[in-house]
Design a protein around this ligand. Structure first.
Ligand code: SF4
Length: 271
């Protein structure tokens, strides 16, 4: 007898996967919601997941790697992860996901939107079939915000202080302005990232979280101000070029300018 198909939605703690969970809540009653906890998440992400659980009326299963980030960092010779050395996603997100699924046939629901160009970083196990309901139904960013507002869940709280992504607080995908904001809003987490970087710098050939700049250089007041000024100038130019912005985005009250840009982030971490 063939095994029954399982329906699984991996939550990243970000707005798109949360909106997908809400979107599919009443259509797929036996959906399993899962979150892969790296133990390096922002407190706001955990708070958002707790709120999402209440909206879904169902528990979100938490999976984690059998070994910690610190363990894997040692295994990889204290070499910080990066886009070219993305061992973190494999060990802390994808592997626990694949272990959780086992060999069962699974439909994996992914929150990539119709207005996104990225392809994501997904499991290639043959028993996992990825599906993209937002792309199939043509839903774009404004639709996602609307789903979240109407459900009462709203946007992830880290967006209030200008962070655009969920995932590890030290994620190398974050922009320089997000490092500045991390320093301003969670100085203790910024310091923790700095400690990892200092060890990496000592033991490897100069790997840093942010390209060509250490966090110690980035946190200097004049450098932080320069990053803020550059970012504000860039945003002002983008806003001036953008006509007829949908009202729902304006009401969203945050700026997430790289949201539709092509980037090779991992869907499992930040969608
Ligand atoms: S959020 Fe970033 S640092 Fe964390 S596992 Fe994903 S890619 Fe790696």
């Amino acid at each position: 007898m063939s095994q029954p198909m399982r329906h699984i939605l991996s939550l990243s703690g970000g707005k798109d996967s949360a909106a997908l969970a809400v979107y599919l809540r009443d259509r797929i009653p036996d959906m399993e919601y899962i979150f892969h906890d790296t133990d390096k998440e922002l407190p706001e992400t955990m708070e958002y997941l707790a709120r999402l659980e209440a909206v879904l009326g169902k528990p979100i299963i938490r999976s984690s790697s059998t070994d910690t980030f610190d363990h894997w960092l040692k295994v990889y010779g204290d070499m910080l992860p990066s886009n070219a050395r993305r061992w973190c996603t494999r060990q802390l997100k994808l592997k626990p996901f694949e272990d959780y699924i086992g060999e069962d046939p699974v439909i994996n629901y992914i929150g990539l939107r119709a207005d996104e160009k990225r392809t994501g970083y997904i499991s290639t196990k043959p028993n996992i079939t990825p599906v993209y309901p937002f792309q199939e139904d043509g839903l774009v960013r404004a639709d996602i915000i609307q789903i979240l507002e109407e459900s009462g869940l709203g946007l992830p709280p880290y967006m209030e202080w200008g962070r655009s992504r969920s995932g590890c607080f030290f994620c190398f995908y974050q922009q320089r302005i997000e490092w500045v904001r991390l320093k301003q809003h969670h100085p203790e987490l910024f310091d923790e990232a700095k400690r990892y970087e200092a060890i990496s710098l000592q033991k490897t050939n100069g790997f840093t979280w942010s390209e060509r700049e250490t966090l110690e250089q980035l946190e200097q007041p004049e450098r932080m101000q320069q990053i803020i000024d550059d970012w504000e100038t860039k945003q002002a130019k983008k806003k001036a070029n953008r006509k007829n912005r949908p009202l729902v985005e304006t009401l969203g009250g945050y700026v997430d300018e790289d949201d539709t840009a092509e980037r090779d982030g991992c869907y499992i971490c930040s969608i």
